[in-house]
Design a protein around this ligand. Structure first.
Ligand code: F6R
Length: 626
């Protein structure tokens, strides 16, 4: 995934673009670039590495002025992270003007188009699909940028969010989307286009969201030549389809505060997002628990209650951390709603000719709502007749829009690349879903009441776990030079073990494996040597004694045991070298707490190893390509 930002208005574009890129940097950070357009032509700057390198370049050039510009921060797909491959890419029109493009997505038919354009005389300098698109727009340009973009997009297969300029039209910005996100902010005498709201909210809360195959033409120019440097400027926008059919789009109010995306006093977004989980989960649960009736209230599902109660099978689908939440959902839906459930990697599900029987409900789980495989799996199941639900954080995202019904996570924007509060939000929503159905089928009111009361106490419980952060840090210090870790759990806590291992891998680059505790004996136990950290989720529950046996097996082979245990368990210290405690809750609710110390383990390990926690190598916040 990449981040794009574009500006046309009465202010100098470059500083605004750099500020926007910094907010979008979590989406990709291999390289960055910008194009600034004036009456005199197009000025392109590109840099390999972080946005700050581009910023230094712009500052030292000193003459990057202009009130129209586009910019991009890249996560490489086609072509390595080099200066040449960085966006913007350009094409030259027949009359010698420069067309510049920033793009998020993938042009699938770029090879055919590249060949065609090369025959027409276009000289390509990069390996990217985006340069092909720039050349195509330039090829089709006959004095009207909007028309050229529309024509080019009619030839394109694939996914795109683009912002385009041409220096023959130095007050016009054209943007379009299909399959990749893009929103347009309407600011004072200006338009700001960005991949997500975080880059817009400091300028305006008035936005329009483009739908697939829609194009926006945004113009901003001085009323007369004397006001070029100040105002008033007149602004004007128009939205059409790629076939040039006008589409009136509504202006919406952005539901996002600047404070939510600011780091505040925290050193990293990941820590901020871990620490704000009590509040995030309070927001997630707000209005959804009716203690009086002992019922779950999910407005987004109410129109589909009959289908939910009659469901014969749930297929949960997601990738990465969201997949681990889905695995917990599998346990929850079978256990509490008594409906057969399977969680599948979206990338596997979509290509294996899945059988969708009558009464199947597909549930896509996603923080961003833009993960390409999850979106494709959702579409696949929908086409085969499944009812489509979503458990999504990003409001108005592609997955949210393509589902028949859904429940938003409401945990606020997640900027740290490693997902934390969204995971807990996903598990909370799946718990609510299971109780929503279970209560309408067989679950006794008393049992539901007990679960709901515990959910109500969840923010306070999470707070107690977070208070152990310093203790967890001290424990991690003892093992920080170890390069192999195991994470083991049973039942509801088996997916938590998978998630604990993933968190550690992705930000501290320590090799870790998660698995069912009983599986260890079937091979992986051979890995355990003297001093290897083995993390057990050993909370009180139906399999507690069995976990203690597994601990003994690992300990006997030299493993150093780190246990996540239930408060009040006085004997656990005799089994484990280090212990993190979580409050006692019923088993189905345990993952909401047991996952939290493991987030802190990963965070502290990454900091102790000196890694850039919020921008781990090779990763981007969401994967919008297959
Ligand atoms: C890991 C992580 C990823 C995402 C995965 C799905 O910390 O964040 O594994 O969970 O890429 O992303 P979403 O939830 O946006 O669909």
């Amino acid at each position: 995934m990449c981040g794009i930002i574009a500006y046309v208005g009465s202010k100098p574009a470059a500083p605004l673009l750099v500020e926007g890129l910094k907010r979008l940097e979590y989406r990709g950070y291999d390289s960055a670039g910008m194009a600034i357009v004036t009456d005199q032509g197009t000025r392109i700057l590109k840099a390999v590495g972080r946005v700050s390198v581009l910023e230094d370049q712009a500052n030292s050039a000193g003459d990057v002025v202009g009130r129209l510009g586009i910019a991009h921060t890249r996560w490489a797909t086609h072509g390595g992270p080099t200066q040449v491959n960085a966006h913007p890419h350009t094409g030259t029109t027949a009359d010698g003007h420069t067309v510049s493009v920033v793009h998020n997505g993938i042009i699938e038919n770029h090879s055919t188009l590249r060949k065609y354009l090369a025959e027409k005389g276009h000289k390509f300098v990069s390996e990217t699909d985006t340069e092909v698109l720039s050349a195509l727009i330039a090829q089709l340009y006959h004095g009207d940028l909007e028309a050229a973009v529309q024509s080019a997009l009619r030839e394109i297969k694939g996914a795109y969010a683009i912002a385009v300029t041409c220096d023959r039209e130095p007050h016009t910005l054209v943007c379009a989307r299909k399959g990749s996100p893009l929103i347009i902010g309407i600011a004072d005498q200006a338009y700001i286009v960005a991949s997500d709201a975080s880059a817009i909210v400091s300028h305006t809360t008035q936005v329009i969201t483009l739908d697939d195959y829609q194009v926006a033409k945004l113009c901003a120019g001085p009323n007369d030549s004397n006001t070029a440097a100040g105002g008033p400027w007149s602004v004007d926008f128009k939205t059409t389809t790629i076939d040039n059919v006008p589409v009136p789009l509504e202006i919406q109010e952005l539901e996002l505060d600047l404070e939510q995306i600011e780091l505040g006093s925290y050193p990293h977004y990941m820590l901020k997002e871990i620490m704000e989980q009590p509040e995030a989960i309070r927001d997630c649960l707000r209005g959804r628990i009716d203690m009086r009736e002992a019922r779950v209230v999910l407005g987004g599902l109410s129109a589909r209650t009959r289908e939910l109660v009659r469901a014969k099978r749930f297929v949960l689908t997601a990738q990465g951390t969201a997949y681990h939440a889905g695995l917990i959902g599998e346990y929850l839906i079978e256990d509490l709603a008594r409906v057969p459930a399977r969680c599948e990697y979206a990338s596997e599900f979509r290509y294996r000719n899945p059988i969708i029987e009558d009464g199947t409900i597909i549930t896509a789980i996603s923080q961003s709502g833009e993960t390409a495989d999850t979106l494709a799996a959702l579409r696949e199941a929908k086409e085969r007749g499944a009812l489509a639900l979503g458990a999504v954080n990003a409001v108005g995202s592609s997955i949210a829009r393509e589902t028949d019904a859904g429940v938003y996570l409401r945990v606020g924007p997640e900027i740290g690349v490693a997902s934390t509060k969204a995971f807990v939000g996903q598990v909370a929503v799946l718990t609510l879903l299971a109780l929503y159905i279970g209560r309408r089928k067989h679950l006794p009111e008393l049992a539901v009441r007990e679960y709901l009361a515990e959910l109500d106490r969840l923010p306070a419980h999470i707070q107690r776990v977070l208070e152990q952060s310093d203790h967890i840090n001290q424990c991690v210090q003892q093992y920080i030079d170890r390069n192999n870790w195991l994470f083991l759990g049973r039942g509801y806590n088996y997916p938590v073990a998978l998630e604990g291992a993933l968190k550690l891998k992705e930000i501290s680059y320590i090799h870790a494996e998660g698995m069912p505790a009983a599986e260890m004996k079937h091979g992986p136990i051979a890995l355990i040597d003297d001093g290897m950290p083995v993390v057990f989720i050993a909370t009180k529950g139906s399999q507690y004694e069995k976990v203690l046996s597994n601990i003994a097996e690992a300990r006997a082979r030299g493993g150093r045991i780190i246990a996540v245990a239930t408060e009040g368990d006085d004997t656990i210290h005799s089994h484990a070298d280090s212990v993190f405690f979580v409050p006692a809750v019923p088993e189905p609710l345990q993952p909401l707490l047991t996952s939290i110390p493991l987030q802190l383990v990963a965070y502290h390990a990454a900091v102790l190893r000196g890694h850039d926690v919020d921008k781990p190598r090779n990763l981007a916040k969401s994967v919008t390509v297959e």
